[in-house]
Design a protein around this ligand. Structure first.
Ligand code: B16
Ligand code: MG
Length: 217
């Protein structure tokens, strides 16, 4: 294991709740029922695909241009939450994990579907922790396609097999496996059956310990 590739939303920071709040407002406006269980399907998938899933739930169809307008509106709402987000919303143990992994010589990349990832890393003062940032502005295929993680490995100058992906979404874990990388789920094994190893989070864990768990998996 030479490279660590991190998803952003739900792994480094709990932005998933803000995505949910913003989408719920849009769904309400359209009269589409939308709950936290439905929201699970939106994790890790692109903004447009998320909206299409909401339309599917409501049995609705829409012209491309109108879909774009709703996606832009959702993002405006989402950004109002993100701009108020305090630094303390970095998930527990994340910063020490990243810092100690860097000191131990691992290369670190971000592999996120979000087009807002640069802004979020800046707000959390995490930008300097990354050797490479691959996000929704740099990829054309959404998770579960492995493009985002393969580009991450490439920018780190590493083979996919030497990288481990940390993900909270099913689509993201499928992408990691499809790309030939090791896959660590952040969350419960029941919710994330695609993961080789699951961690509840990063508190009290080191990259070396993750490497040991993967060797046994
Ligand atoms: P944006 P990740 C994903 O980020 C989220 O999990 C997903 O819910 C969201 O729709 C997607 O980013 C796009 O985000 O609207 O900010 O471009 O989990 O891949 O870091
Ligand atoms: Mg995520």
């Amino acid at each position: 294991m030479k490279g660590l590739i991190f998803d952003l939303d739900g792994v480094l920071v709990d932005t998933a709740k803000y995505h949910y709040l913003a989408w719920r407002e849009i769904a309400q406006e359209l009269g589409i029922p939308f709950n936290e269980e439905d929201n699970e399907r939106l994790k890790g998938v692109s903004r447009m695909r998320s909206f299409e899933i909401i339309l599917e739930i409501g049995g609705r169809q829409m012209e491309e241009a109108e879909k774009e307008r709703y996606c832009a509106k959702k993002n405006e709402r989402y950004l109002t939450y993100i701009k108020k987000m305090p630094k303390s919303e970095i998930l527990p143990g994340v910063r020490p994990f990243l810092e100690s992994a860097r000191r131990a010589g691992y290369k670190i990349a971000l592999g996120s579907a979000s087009k807002n990832s640069r802004l979020i890393l800046e707000r959390l003062e995490l930008t300097d922790c990354f050797d490479a940032v691959i996000d929704g502005t740099k990829v054309s295929k959404a998770k579960p396609d492995p493009e985002v993680f393969l580009k991450g490995a490439q920018e780190l100058g590493l083979a996919p097999a030497d990288c481990v992906v940390f993900e909270d979404s099913q689509a993201g874990l499928e992408a990691a496996r499809a790309g030939g990388m090791r896959a660590v789920g952040i969350g419960s094994p029941e919710r994330l059956p695609q993961a080789e190893v699951c961690l509840p989070g990063f508190e009290g864990v080191t990259a070396e310990e993750v490497e040991t768990l993967l060797a046994r998996a």
